[in-house]
Write a protein that binds this ligand. Structure first.
Ligand code: ADP
Ligand code: MG
Length: 465
C-alpha cells in the first residue's frame, strides 16, 4: 500500500475525479449520470478520505446509497490509499432557489417563433430537442426524430411515433418541426388529424380542394399528430393517402403520431396502415422515475422555479406515469407559492397544495365489473351486451377475453364470480380464457406488448375517473 495522501491540492483532487468519472460513466446509464453524477464537485482528499460536494442533503444520501460503491471503486482503482468517499451537502442549498444548479445546463429554447411560412406556425417554441430529456423509455424515438430532423425525407419516411398520453410524442414531433423551421426556406406544417380533417372539409365546402392539395403538397415536412382520430373518416383518409403519396414521391418528410401502433388503428384503410409502416415505427414508453425527475427539473428551470432534489423526487415519485399531470402539479405549485408568498417549499406545503393530484394517484380505486366492461366496450367499440354474450365472432371474442382477463387481475375475483358477470358463464370457460391469454403473453412478444398497452391505457383512464 502506498503512503496515505495528505494533500488538499485541488487540482490533484480535480484530475483524479475527472479520471474516475470516465470509469463511472461506463457503468451508469446516461440519464442517471447526468442527473446524479454530473452535479458532484470534488472538494478535498485528506488521509484517504475523498470528499465530494452535493447540491443538498437528500442528494448526498441518494448518491451514497445508489452510486457510492461504484464511485469508491473508481477512485480506488486510481489511488489505492483512498478508503472512503464522503458525500457532503453544500451549505445553504436547501431553500427554494438553491440546489440543483446542475440542471442549469438545460437552456431554455431560443428558436425563433417565426410565422413567415404562414403554415405550421402553431409550433410551441419550447418543444425542442434541447428541452427533451432522454431516458430509456424514449431513447429510440428521440434518436429517430433527431435523424429525421437532420436528414428529412431520407432517414425514415414516414416516422411513426406511438405511445400513451403525456409521454412526449407531441413534444418530439414539434422538436423536429422547430429544428427544420430554423433552416431557410423550409415549409413545415403541424396539425392534429382533426385539424387536417377540418381543413379538408372546409375546402370541400368552399370548393377549394385544389388549393388545399397544393398547400399540403408544397410542404417539406408534414407533422400530423394523433392520427388515430382519422379512423372511420373515409374521405379524409383517401385525401390523406394522396397527400402522403405526393409528399413521399418528392422525398418530403412525413411524421405521424398515434396512441397505438399502425396495425391497431381502428377503421383505417389497409393501404394507409401499410403506408404508415413503410418507414420506421417507434414507441415511447412512460418515463421511469429518474427520467421523470429530470423532466420535472427541466420544466421547473424553464419556469424559473428551480426545485430542490428532495422536492422533485417527492413529486416524481408521487405522480407517476403521465408527464402532463406532473407538469400540472408543478404549475399549481408555482401558482400557490406565489399566492402564499412562499420562499421555501417543503414537503408539507406540497402535500397541502397537491392533495388532489396525489390522492388521485394513490387512493386505491375500487374497480368494478361494470367499470371494466364499460371501458373495454369503449376501447374496442363493441357493446357491453356483446362482452357478456357467447357470440363467436372474432371482433367480440378478443374484447371479451380482455375484459375477463382485466377482471381477473384488477378485481382479483374468483372464477365463478367473473363467470356470473359475463352472462352466467361456467367457471371453466373463465379459467380457459385466462390461461389462453397468459400462455399467449408468454409465447408471443407482440401480443404481450399489446396487452401491456391495453393495461396501461386502462390504468391511465382509471386515474382520470
Ligand atoms: P403526448 O403528445 O405524448 O401526449 P406531450 O408531448 O404533449 O405528450 O407531453 C406532455 C408534456 O410532457 C409536455 O409538456 C412535454 O414537454 C413534457 N414531456 C414529455 N416527455 C418529455 C421529455 N422526455 N422531456 C421533456 N419534456 C417532456
Ligand atoms: Mg400529443
Amino acid at each position: 500500500m502506498g503512503k496515505p495522501l495528505t494533500t488538499n491540492n485541488l487540482s490533484r483532487t480535480g484530475s483524479l475525479w475527472t479520471e474516475a468519472l470516465k470509469t463511472v460513466k461506463i457503468r451508469i446509464n446516461p440519464t442517471t449520470y447526468n442527473l446524479w453524477i454530473e452535479p458532484l464537485i470534488p472538494a478535498s482528499l485528506e488521509e484517504g478520505l475523498f470528499t465530494v460536494e452535493t447540491p443538498d442533503a437528500f442528494f448526498a444520501g441518494w448518491v451514497q446509497n445508489h452510486y457510492g460503491e461504484t464511485i469508491l471503486s473508481a477512485v480506488r482503482s486510481l489511488d489505492s490509499t483512498i478508503t472512503k468517499v464522503v458525500f457532503s451537502p453544500k451549505k445553504h442549498s436547501d431553500d427554494l432557489a438553491g440546489g440543483f444548479e446542475s440542471f442549469g445546463s438545460q437552456k431554455p429554447a431560443s428558436l425563433p417563433y417565426s410565422p413567415k411560412n404562414g403554415f405550421g406556425v402553431n409550433l410551441n417554441p419550447l418543444y425542442t430537442f434541447e428541452n427533451f430529456i432522454i431516458g430509456d423509455s424514449n431513447r429510440l424515438a428521440h434518436a429517430a426524430a433527431l435523424s429525421v430532423a437532420q436528414s428529412p425525407g431520407t432517414a425514415y419516411n414516414p416516422l411513426f411515433i406511438y405511445g400513451q398520453v403525456g409521454v412526449g410524442k407531441t413534444h418530439l414531433m414539434q422538436a423536429i418541426g422547430n429544428f427544420i423551421k430554423s433552416q431557410v426556406n423550409c415549409k413545415v406544417a403541424y396539425l392534429s388529424s382533426e385539424q387536417f380533417l377540418n381543413e379538408f372539409i372546409e375546402s370541400l365546402q368552399k370548393k377549394s380542394t385544389a388549393q388545399f392539395r397544393n398547400k399540403f403538397r408544397e410542404l417539406d415536412l408534414l407533422l400530423i399528430d394523433d392520427i388515430q382520430f382519422i379512423g372511420g373518416k373515409e374521405e379524409t383518409q383517401r385525401e390523406f393517402f394522396h397527400t402522403f403519396n405526393a409528399l413521399y414521391d418528392y422525398h418530403k418528410q412525413v411524421v405521424l403520431s398515434s396512441d397505438r401502433p399502425p396495425k391497431e388503428l381502428k377503421n383505417l384503410e389497409k393501404r394507409l396502415v401499410s403506408r404508415f409502416e413503410w418507414g420506421l415505427v417507434v414507441d415511447i414508453q412512460p418515463p421511469d422515475l429518474e427520467t421523470r425527475v429530470a423532466i420535472l427539473n427541466n420544466k421547473a428551470l424553464l419556469k424559473n422555479f428551480p426545485l430542490s432534489s428532495e422536492i422533485s423526487f417527492y413529486l416524481a415519485e408521487k405522480i407517476e406515469g403521465n408527464v402532463r399531470l406532473l407538469e400540472g402539479a408543478l404549475n399549481k405549485l408555482i401558482a400557490c407559492a406565489g399566492l402564499y408568498n412562499k420562499k421555501t417549499i417543503d414537503v408539507k406545503f406540497i402535500e397541502e397544495i397537491l392533495q388532489d393530484f396525489i390522492r388521485k394517484q394513490h387512493e386505491k380505486q375500487s374497480i368494478t365489473f361494470d367499470m371494466i366492461q364499460e371501458w373495454v366496450s369503449n376501447y374496442f367499440n363493441v357493446k357491453v351486451s356483446d362482452l357478456k354474450s357467447a357470440r363467436r365472432q372474432q371482433s367480440f371474442v378478443f374484447p371479451r377475453q380482455i375484459a375477463i382477463y382485466l377482471s381477473r387481475i384488477f378485481i382479483g375475483a374468483s372464477l365463478p364470480q367473473i363467470g356470473e358477470f359475463f352472462g352466467g358463464k361456467n367457471h371453466t370457460t373463465i379459467l380457459y380464457t385466462c390461461r389462453k391469454i397468459e400462455d399467449k403473453i408468454k409465447n408471443n412478444v407482440n401480443f404481450k406488448e399489446e396487452i401491456e398497452r391495453i393495461i396501461n391505457k386502462f390504468k391511465q383512464d382509471l386515474s382520470k375517473i
